[in-house]
Write a protein that binds this ligand. Structure first.
Ligand code: AMP
Length: 190
């Protein structure tokens, strides 16, 4: 089983690339953001809670997010690989993921990060906001807060995986296919 954390700030292209890689390698794609949005759409209790954080550009609390992620992983016992998109985003989440993988006699093989400059991110997200229907893409202040939250809580995970020799940075600027190729080169050399 190959398990990859696809990493990078908001707007780096994780969702787009995860969808391509999922098809290419026959993996399961788990996006915590997508699961939250599904819950918001279906007006669940979890959705209402998540929305109150997401609308401000803040992270949803760890306990809620970790429980949800575990449930998603457990729905896919037959997966031959999982691509994690948007998780982990804090050190507590990374620790929880590591324990979960251990319980499954598996592991995270690599964190592959899409590297993109902040100003490019803001422009991409504003552009996406014109058609994505995502409230958190429509407002520049919320976009900047999401990027700030990334540097406050998430960016340190680079170090977490570097210490385990599992971090691979990839240039996230270019055509979608070019970036997929860069990611595939890393994945196929694992
Ligand atoms: P995303 O779709 O990955 O950009 O996530 C959208 C929003 O969902 C984030 O800004 C957070 O509010 C929330 N979210 C998604 N994944 C996580 C996570 N792993 N931990 C906490 N909040 C999350």
């Amino acid at each position: 089983m190959t398990n990859i954390v696809l990493f990078g700030p908001p707007g780096a292209g994780k969702g787009t690339q995860a969808e391509v890689l999922k098809e290419k390698y026959n993996w399961v794609h788990i996006s915590t953001g997508d699961v939250f949005r599904f819950n918001i759409k279906n007006e669940t209790e979890l959705g209402a809670l998540a929305k109150s954080y997401m609308d401000k550009g803040h992270l949803v609390p760890d306990t809620v997010t970790i429980d949800m992620l575990k449930a998603e992983v457990e729905k896919n016992p037959e997966a031959n690989g999982i691509i994690f998109d948007g998780f982990p985003r804090t050190e507590a989440q990374a620790e929880a993921l590591s324990s979960l993988m251990e319980e499954m006699n598996s592991q995270i093989n690599a964190m592959v990060a899409l590297e993109v400059d902040d100003e490019v991110l803001v422009n991409r997200l504003l552009e996406r906001g014109k058609s994505s229907g995502r409230a958190d893409d429509a407002n520049e202040n919320v976009i900047r807060e999401r990027i700030a939250e990334y540097y406050r809580k998430t960016d340190i995970l680079k170090k977490y995986y570097q210490q385990q020799d599992k971090y691979y940075g990839v240039n996230g600027v270019g055509r979608i296919e070019e970036i997929t190729q860069r990611l595939s080169d890393v994945i196929e050399a694992l």
